[in-house]
Design a binder for this molecule. Structure first.
Ligand SMILES: NC(=O)c1ccc[n+]([C@@H]2O[C@H](COP(=O)([O-])OP(=O)(O)OC[C@H]3O[C@@H](n4cnc5c(N)ncnc54)[C@H](OP(=O)(O)O)[C@@H]3O)[C@@H](O)[C@H]2O)c1
Length: 284
């Protein structure tokens, strides 16, 4: 496990560059999936309140037999539109949501807490971030960050607060490499974390150019894509409930992509997202 590289975040903490995502894993399947992942060597787990599997994830963490301090646990605030997030009551609501997540996970702190979506059509998320500042100061969230934010929302946060998000978790895979946003992040000391790093395991993994690179290295297309993320300095959190794939996806350290490989993968960029565009997306 110690061979998985890690990235130092802007608050001095470190995050493993490869983690395990559990979106769309049923709560009663999450325990086994998370335990299998930890046994395979993953030390970072990415869940969220809205995944409704924090309880199973927590069970997997508890039964895997690895000391808590060796694990890196991320969860996310579901800043749902059915609640009022403005004013002081908004901050209390965040703290209640956070407490509920911790209780489900069976933990007394998380390593990373994220605002799940920016929802710019609803205006400021300033009160939410104030609560995040409190959680970071208390140490109950060792680091705080955001997800699906664009430069406009990141600028707004930087204007309001001295606390810069440690990372922004966004859709990112060879079809949608997010080079502009990565450049913005680099400029402002924000790490980039890729969701759907395998393009959700769909057409991407069958792309002939990718398959060719995989054959050249005697690796699978998924391993090549994860290697691509690591070499670009991006944190990746692939999901699988299939034990052989869980192990396959962490076995990405014994080879290196060269310039020709990287340019073959660059040729896959379409600029098309798989998921919704966070700038126009609301879920209410
Ligand atoms: N912040 C956000 O808004 C947001 C949004 C989406 C996702 N996420 C996070 O990012 C994580 C990963 O994203 P994702 O789950 O959307 O997609 P992903 O990790 O890109 O792909 C997962 C899919 O690929 C399949 N797969 C996994 N490994 C494979 C392999 N080696 N070969 C072939 N197929 C493989 C999985 O199937 P099986 O499970 O059947 O093996 C699953 O259907 C999520 O779990 C979640 O933690 C965050």
């Amino acid at each position: 496990m110690s061979t998985i590289p890690s990235i130092t975040l802007n608050n001095g903490t470190r995050i493993p560059q490869l983690g395990f995502g559990v979106w769309q894993v049923e709560d009663d399947a999450a325990e086994a999936a998370v335990r299998t992942a930890i046994e395979a060597g993953y030390r970072s787990i990415d869940t969220a309140a809205i995944y409704e599997n924090e309880t199973g994830t927590g069970r997997g963490i508890a039964t895997a037999g690895v000391p808590r301090e060796e694990l890196y646990i991320t969860t996310k605030l579901w800043n749902s539109g059915t609640k009022d997030w403005s004013g002081p009551q908004g901050q209390d609501a965040v703290l209640r949501e956070f407490d509920a997540s911790l209780a489900k996970l069976g933990l007394d702190y998380v390593d990373l807490y994220l605002i799940h979506w920016p929802r710019p059509m609803h205006g400021s998320f300033g009160n939410i971030w104030s609560a995040f500042e409190k959680l970071a100061a208390d140490g109950r969230a060792r680091a705080v960050g955001v997800s699906n934010f664009g430069p406009a929302q990141l600028d707004a946060l930087r204007e309001q607060s001295g606390l810069v998000p440690v990372l922004n978790q966004v859709e990112l895979h060879p079809y949608f490499p997010q080079d502009e946003l990565r450049a913005y992040h680099a400029e402002h000391g924000i790490a980039t974390e890729a969701w759907s790093p395998l393009g959700q395991g769909k057409t991407l993994l069958g792309e002939p150019a990718l398959v060719q690179v995989a054959e050249k290295h005697g690796r699978t297309p998924a391993q090549v894509v994860l290697r691509w993320h690591l070499q670009r300095g991006v944190i990746a959190i692939p999901k699988s409930v299939t034990p052989s794939r869980i192990r396959e996806n962490i076995d990405v350290l014994g080879f290196e992509l060269d310039e020709a490989d990287l340019s073959a993968l660059a040729g896959l960029a379409t600029g098309e997202r798989i998921g919704p565009d966070p700038q126009g997306f609301d879920w209410n």
